[in-house]
Design a protein around this ligand. Structure first.
Ligand code: C5P
Length: 302
């Protein structure tokens, strides 16, 4: 039997154009109405046959990526192998470009990419619905990393309905260090204690703006209920948001649970201008520009 060739999967980051958060549920999660947009910042995960499960990582922030079984890519290989009653005998290499612990679903992206790469390497042809269910076991944002495009996530964010979206231009300001997602949700609970929390919903205005492709319409409807919590834990992000708005961004918000901040801009030219101003402002570590929507996890040609 010949050894199968390595399989590489490319997977995008995401930004939440609407992150509506409901009250904490008995299981500790929060019901969400989470409108995801996949954007053109990519990690690549390569699966190669090996004697045992190992993970390596390269890229500017590789030193912050865990290489043990807490890495969602490793967990993806384990759950897929367990599902099919085989050994997770694979080496996973992550070429990391998505900011780490930044609120852009970088870890979730690697989980979805590893799942698809192993499924292809091992010739399992797991049905799409089953792959999405395995993604949901790995984490709330992982199904969207597999699906890509633009989608409304309900439940804890894992139940996806695709939505229409035109193309939008973004600048992302990467902060120093990460923010823990559970810590940001706990801060949300603390800040909202004693106040009634409405059922989370995606506003029809936002969905219409997203479909229209008009960045001015989308700018008027972007919102992230986790932003006050992220700003409470990291007050310096306010200066980053202000620097991007001052440079002409149409809207600014914390991406997911942060601390990456996202700036919606009119076009590529505005993106370059806002990115340069953010870099000069010294209110962030670095910037990236991207467009979205973009497809989800995709096997690259060999
Ligand atoms: O699903 P995931 O493992 O990414 O979630 C990480 C943590 O974020 C959860 O343990 C929980 O504290 C918080 N979370 C939440 N409600 C959600 C999604 C995540 O409270 N809908």
């Amino acid at each position: 039997m010949t050894t199968p060739s390595p399989v590489t999967v490319r997977v995008p980051a995401k930004v939440n154009v609407r992150l509506a958060v409901g009250a904490a549920r008995p299981d500790g999660f929060h019901d969400l109405a989470n409108v995801f947009l996949a954007v053109s910042l990519f990690d690549e995960v390569t699966a190669t046959p090996a004697d045992a499960l190992t993970v390596t990582c390269t890229g500017p922030d590789a030193d912050q990526v865990p290489l043990d079984r807490t890495n969602l890519a490793a967990r993806a290989a384990e759950v897929l192998a367990a599902r099919h009653g085989i050994e997770p005998a694979v080496h996973l290499h992550i070429a990391k470009n998505i900011p780490v612990a930044g609120g852009m679903a970088g870890g979730s992206a690697d989980g979805a990419a590893a799942l698809l790469a192993c499924d292809t390497l091992w010739g399992l042809a797991t049905p799409r619905e089953e792959l999405l269910a395995l993604c949901a076991e790995l984490g709330s944002d992982v199904p969207f990393s597999l699906a890509g495009g633009a989608a409304l996530g309900t439940g804890r964010g894992e139940l996806l309905t695709p939505v229409d979206a035109g193309t939008f231009h973004w600048v992302f300001a990467v902060a120093d260090g990460g923010l823990s997602t559970p810590a940001v949700f706990r801060e949300f609970d603390r800040l909202t204690e004693g106040t009634p929390i409405p059922e989370p919903e995606a506003s029809p205005d936002l969905l219409a703006a997203l479909a229209s492709g008009d960045p001015h319409a989308l700018a008027a409807t972007l919102a992230n209920d986790l932003q006050p919590a992220a700003l409470s834990l990291r007050p310096s992000l306010r200066a980053t948001l202000d620097a991007g708005l001052g440079a002409g961004a149409l809207a600014a918000l914390v991406s997911g649970s942060g601390p990456t901040t996202a700036f919606l801009v009119a076009d590529e030219e505005a993106a370059a201008k806002v990115a340069a101003a953010l870099e000069a402002s010294a209110t962030c570590r670095t910037t990236r520009t991207a467009t979205g929507p973009t497809p989800g996890a995709t096997v690259l040609p060999a």
